[in-house]
Design a protein around this ligand. Structure first.
Ligand code: AMP
Ligand code: GLY
Length: 422
């Protein structure tokens, strides 16, 4: 096979990890990242096309003869990038617009799960504010109010009382706090238990799970403070065994792929199930239609197989478990964020020490909100600046490696949690 040109779409730590793993494939000769970041620049050619510019990305892929396009974030998937690339005869790894509805519409996902018999929180969907409020007022327990559409991970409001649920409905449906995403809302039962992220490769018929992961969403130690895009992740969680993974595969992942195929919208790409491990068994909190960020920064360092070969197997409908091999042990990643994140934060802070951290054994640095200035200085350019991953024979070693890496990296008032995986 002639060596391939790959285009990776997106600009986060997830995309740096994807580029890093793809660069190891013997199938690959060249990688473009659109738009990429300071980290992808070292392994790929960054091209300044934003991830939402589907027409611009398609024109670029055609012009450069890109063999395979890999989509990081959800927005271009929900906008139909895969359909447009396929219509133009280009291979792309990710679900179609119809299949991406599993993430892009929580109302769709809930109804799909109900029809497919997949365990999830009890719920109701509303498009009318008055009806939603009247229903919520009849409830007594804790509720979760969710904007149905894409809201960059922010459209979920935990409501300990009906009064708070009413306020959340007002924010979403009347004040449009999440824009069009909140025109339709899902109100659901508040589930209790530890959370788990289980991502899987899918080829439209078959599903192969990746390493299970658990993330830390709150900004501060001890799970305090506001929700973020994720301050760290570890994999695998010690309380999750092979039999639980088998149960989730059988009761969630396989019925999802089967149900999507039966609807005539087969699911190809990464299916990410966000789960609550309740006393009654695992229940789905949400589906994402892509790799997680920062889950990817722990899953890919553990994957020993060729990622590009796996992606082609998904596209060609010949995915088998033997294609997805991983090393034993564990991986943890610690996100270093700009001061103030997830609120407002400064940009342009000079970053030092990445080379020193990367020179340590079993330490990897994945950049996210970074940029290189005209003078060649690496600076911060986003809230989550980078993630430092450590690999080890066990979780404790992996966590220690990650923090050894963190200790070498400096930017003014860098914020990170001290308790990832601990
Ligand atoms: P989602 O984007 O739907 O995964 O929600 C984001 C976070 O909100 C989840 O990771 C959970 O921590 C929390 N969450 C969402 N739905 C529920 C629920 N029904 N019960 C309890 N917590 C939830
Ligand atoms: N880390 C959560 C996500 O990628 O959606």
């Amino acid at each position: 096979m002639t060596q391939q040109t790959i285009l990776v779409i997106g600009s986060g730590g997830r995309e740096h990890a994807l580029v890093w793993k793809i660069a190891q494939s013997p199938l690959v000769k060249q990688i473009y990242a659109a738009p990429g970041n300071g980290g992808t620049a070292a392994l790929a050619t960054n091209v300044p096309i934003p991830a939402h510019d589907v027409a611009g990305l398609l024109a670029f892929a055609q012009e450069k003869g890109v063999d395979l396009t890999v989509v990081g974030p959800e927005d271009p998937l929900a906008a139909g990038l895969v359909d447009q690339f396929q219509a133009a005869g280009l291979a792309v790894f990710g679900p179609s617009q119809a299949a991406a509805q599993l993430e892009a519409s929580k109302a769709f996902a809930k109804q799909f799960m109900q029809e497919a018999g997949i365990a999830t929180a009890a719920y109701q969907t509303f498009t009318d504010f008055e009806t939603a409020v009247a229903t919520v007022r009849q409830q007594s327990g804790k509720l979760v109010v969710k904007a149905s559409g894409l809201a960059a991970g922010k459209g979920v409001i935990m409501c300990p009382t009906p009064t708070e649920a009413e306020a959340a409905l007002r924010d979403m449906m009347l004040d449009q706090a999440f824009g069009a995403a909140g025109q339709e809302v899902v109100v659901e039962e508040w589930l209790e238990g530890p959370e788990l992220s289980l991502l899987a490769f899918c080829d439209g018929r078959s599903v192969v799970p990746m390493l299970p992961a658990r993330d830390h969403k709150r900004a501060y130690d001890g799970d305090q403070g506001p929700n973020t895009g994720g301050m760290g992740v570890y994999a695998p969680p010690p309380d999750v065994d092979e039999s639980l993974i088998a149960t989730i595969t059988r009761t969630v992942l396989e019925p999802t792929v089967r149900g999507m195929a039966e609807r005539g919208t087969p699911y190809v790409g990464v299916l990410y199930a966000g789960l609550m491990l309740t006393a009654e068994g695992p229940k789905v909190l949400e589906f994402n239609c892509r790799f997680g960020d920062p889950e990817t920064q722990v899953i890919l360092p553990m994957l020993t197989s060729d990622l590009v070969a796996i992606m082609w197997a998904c596209i060609d409908g010949r995915l088998t478990p033997d294609l997805v091999q991983r090393r034993p042990g564990a991986c943890a990643t610690v996100v270093m964020a700009a001061p103030g994140y997830p609120g407002s934060y400064p940009k342009g802070l000079p970053i030092s020490g990445i080379d020193e951290a990367e020179s340590l054994a079993d330490v990897l640095v994945f950049q996210a909100g970074t940029a290189v200035t005209g003078a060649g200085q690496l600076v911060t350019s986003g809230g989550r600046v980078l993630a430092v991953s450590g690999v080890g024979d066990g979780l404790a070693t992996a966590v220690n490696r990650a923090y050894e890496g963190v200790a070498h990296i400096h930017f003014d008032q860098a914020h990170y949690r001290r308790d990832i995986g601990r």
